[in-house]
Design a protein around this ligand. Structure first.
Ligand SMILES: [Zn+2]
Ligand SMILES: [Zn+2]
Length: 228
């Protein structure tokens, strides 16, 4: 039994909303599950190796919205199982289409990882807001780590799910195909650092942080050039 790390979020919109954080796969990917309480709606962020078996019982009976932060295999390799077995609606950005829909990156993943391609149901765009039960999720297109990398901003939870763009005190790698450090820096400064300072940052790997804390202490992309 995989037990989640649980964050309770208390605010004026929700008496209690839970962000469950699970770690799956060889890279210890963070997979997030939020329940939009009233209607048995579950929002899932990423589909790492092992996440389907780890979550299927908890998610059964829910209307599931699965957001893929980007196309790297460690975030999407089991998305097809959620779509097929649990009827999840799968959202992603088209600029990573090749990684989602072809076997191009199969050899990056260890052979024991169950890798399937995925045809997302909905291609999202920057600035779009998607309503999932009680939750409104705003899509931010933040290229740099990959061309189709997105962040999910949930203002009502003061939270942003950033995939591999921004981590605690560091940033995502840009040496893989399609990566671009200048773009990454621009996405972080212009889009993520523009969010309120108290916004909690939930990354694709590692521990959570906040926008304000990274603005001040991130050594790779500080708020301004030479601001450290
Ligand atoms: Zn990645
Ligand atoms: Zn990753």
């Amino acid at each position: 039994m995989i037990l989640p790390v649980t964050d309770l979020i208390l605010n004026r919109h929700f008496s209690m909303l839970i962000v469950n954080v699970y770690n799956f796969g060889p890279y210890e990917n963070c997979v997030y599950v939020m329940y939009a309480n009233v209607k048995k709606v579950a929002v899932v962020v990423d589909a790492a190796s092992g996440s389907f078996d780890g979550l299927k019982q908890r998610l059964a009976g829910h209307e599931i919205h699965l957001f893929l932060t980007h196309g790297h295999w460690d975030h999407m390799c089991e998305a097809a199982k959620f779509q097929r077995e649990l009827k999840a609606v799968v959202y992603a950005h088209k600029a990573d289409q090749n990684w989602f829909t072809t076997m191009e990156q199969r050899n990056y993943a260890p052979p024991n990882v169950s890798f399937e391609t995925i045809s997302p149901d909905i291609w999202v765009e920057h600035g779009q807001t998607i309503r999932c039960g009680d939750l409104s999720i705003k899509i931010l297109h933040t290229p740099g780590h990959t061309p189709g990398q997105i962040a999910l901003y949930v203002e009502s939870l003061r939270s942003v799910f950033v995939g591999d763009t921004l981590f605690y005190r560091t940033v995502g790698r840009t040496d893989l195909p399609g990566g671009n450090f200048d773009q990454l820096k621009d996405s972080i400064r212009r889009i993520l650092y523009a969010l309120p300072e108290d916004t909690v940052v939930y990354a694709g790997h590692g521990k959570k942080t906040s926008i304000g804390s990274e603005q001040k202490h991130n050594g790779i992309v500080p708020l301004r050039e030479n601001s450290l």
